[in-house]
Design a binder for this molecule. Sequence first.
Ligand code: FAD
Length: 557
Amino acid sequence: MNHQTKIVPVLIVGGGPVGLSLALSLARHDIDSLLVEKHQGRTEHPRARGVSMRSMELFQQWGNITELLKYEFPKEAIRFIWSESLQGNEITRVEIKNIKQYSHGDLGASFVTQDCVELYLQETLNEHPNAQIEYSKEMVSFEEEADGVTVRLLDRKNDKEEIVKTKFLIAADGARSPTRKQLGIEMQGPDSLGQFCNVFCEFDISEWTSSRPSIGYFFTDPKIISRSLFMAYGKNRWIFGMRFAADNTRDDFTDDYCLNEIRRVLDLPNMAIKIINKNFWSMAAQIAQQYRKGRVLLVGDAAHRMPPTGGLGMNTGIADAHNLAWKLAFILNHQLNDNLLDSYFDERAPVAKRNIEWSIQNAKRFAEIAQAIHSGNNEKLKIKLQEQQANLNYEGLDLGYIYHSNAILSENNETMSVLPGKYVPTTLPGSRAPYVKLVKNGKTISTLDLFEKEFVLLLGSDGYEWQAAAEQLVKSILFPIKIYRVANHGDLIDVDNQWHQVYEITTTGAVLVRPDGHVAWRSQSIVGEPVEVLRNVFGLYPLHYSQEFPLKNAGTP
Ligand SMILES: Cc1cc2nc3c(=O)[nH]c(=O)nc-3n(C[C@H](O)[C@H](O)[C@H](O)COP(=O)(O)OP(=O)(O)OC[C@H]3O[C@@H](n4cnc5c(N)ncnc54)[C@H](O)[C@@H]3O)c2cc1C
């Protein structure tokens, strides 16, 4: 056996959308990382298709999303349709709205498949030499020591073992997370709410779909129940979904069986079909009891598993990665102690729990809609469709959650800005700082463009006292802070005269926004002694130099 030892500040296990997002976010904070993925390359199965507004916002910050938008589903198909069968009568439909006013003015959620998202993330990552990706490398085991984690990898190309020493090991290794298992962290919630086989395939049914395009068809004919059809990226590409019957095993879903089943369900016995690949998955609703043990942290499906009815699993994971990246970066770059990492579970687990619950409710409603159609209960159908319409338009859930942790100076216990289905912009501490159009150095920008690498203290147009106090204090703190006064003639120009109202402060108020774009603290007007108030606020992020974290960048011993 040949042992090589690498040293890297962050080792990410798993090259799915969440691992790639974390590597990208870390790279943008100048943190070196190594991502290892046991497969030879990215997934070739479409899996997720719904990309939330928040994920799109982050993608826009991380790279050129026009490349990603090339793969978007056609706008006229963004709906679900219930019909007796592919060729049978339409029963009903649910339109999925594309709300755009909350994010950079013109950015909304998107329907684009996970393989295309991963392609976008990987290509964007290629622009960052400080992020390495190694395929065919499997994490086999790890051991935590006082100053880091030693990880054993297997290079599957040549069967050789490698050793990597890292400051933080991040498990982005999916629902069955071997890292989580080695840590002995238990999952809470049901492990299997159903087994499914999704066949990614190519066939031409445009004769029936072009008059009623849809990203998903649900069939109500009892002979073809528990089969559905979902659009995938590419001409004539579809995902044919099959739920296991009680006595099914994976072995039943041979290519021949799948081909026959697709032809039977679509009532097209002679149709040419090309199977591209298959994906077996189980619907689960689980959350890890903890997201961290020492220097090992869980993100994405490794930390939570949710039914795909809601389109939230990948999106929740991407937001986990974004929440964690700046904290790791601040600890590594500014040699803070790692207490800040305690906030990761406190902030992200409630979001995952709510998203799991929401996805379960959606799954139940899909079943109730089918029942109402079968029993001819039109009154119930109307109610359930209305509910489902609201639930497929979940901008409140996506943008309106409010964190509570040791990294936020909370004002109350609210965990949502209003309702999951409705987003109401707010600057309650813990919330995502809202979008407002501003002008900086003659250029139109969004408030969201300001938040990534440093803390940002936004001051009302008369916020001179805060400004003087903050400028006095920043000299003695280690992490970077930018200070802006927002006014008609300020550092940031409030072109539409909206900022004070949307940011819920008077002209003497102040809002501190973290690098992840969440509000850490606000004061609606001037209060107390500004230097003392701000000293207390900045004290949230302890500035202890730590001997435990002397290492910043990667190297080979
Ligand atoms: C049918 C379906 C539809 C869905 N639709 C949506 C949707 O519309 N929107 C949405 O947000 N989510 C959706 N999801 C959920 C989404 O697919 C997952 O949440 C997402 O893939 C999780 O990403 P991840 O990076 O955490 O894990 P994964 O994508 O599972 O990636 C984990 C990676 O880790 C690798 N790995 C595992 N062990 C090791 C090891 N020991 N060493 C190295 N590598 C390892 C694996 O090979 C894998 O590539 C859907 C899921 C399904 C099944």
